[in-house]
Design a protein. Sequence first.
Length: 217
Amino acid sequence: MQNLRELNHCKDVLKHLHGVTRFTTDLWVGIKNIPENLSVLLPEKKSNKNGQRKKQKEKIGLKRSHMVDKVDNQIVNKLTINGRQSFSRIANEIGTSVSTISRRYNKMRNNQVIKSVLQINPRKLGYKACIIVYLSVVSKMDTDKITDLLAKIPDVCCITQISGDHDFMLKLMIRSIDDFLSIQNSIQKIQNISKIQIWVYKVEDYYPLPQEPISTI
């Protein structure tokens, strides 16, 4: 959403839906997608990870802000539908040149606007449920440390810092109740977490979802 007017419109629409009696609004202030935490994936070798992460942050910090225009949005929408379609086909469909598509695509990748990902089917990999966990913390000063600790827990695939009734929203996938209890125990061991709320959902047939936000923290 681009402004509060759009948010208020969405809230008005939700209020008039049949069966909706109550809802809350949380503002996302940062998101960390970590699909590599899914235990079906082989762990990578730990080779100077901290140094690489520092260099990556420094590299990102040198990038200029990228203003996305109509053509950029058209390219993103086409790739969201089919990430393997050729630049020539996209150029033909939106009425521009292949070189324009290639240049804009590379520019958006270099400026962290888009990221190429592999989409998986969690069901076929053995996952039975998706768990959404809301966390509240004692002190906002500890959010970076807590984010790093949460990111080390297997099968936690998305961490979102939010502003509202809670401070974090986690997304994780589980194969069994034993897996869930193990993750819950790991979360409870983290200091300065004051409140935990858990919601269980049916696992999706694909992950990540189309146009899912990429990491900002």
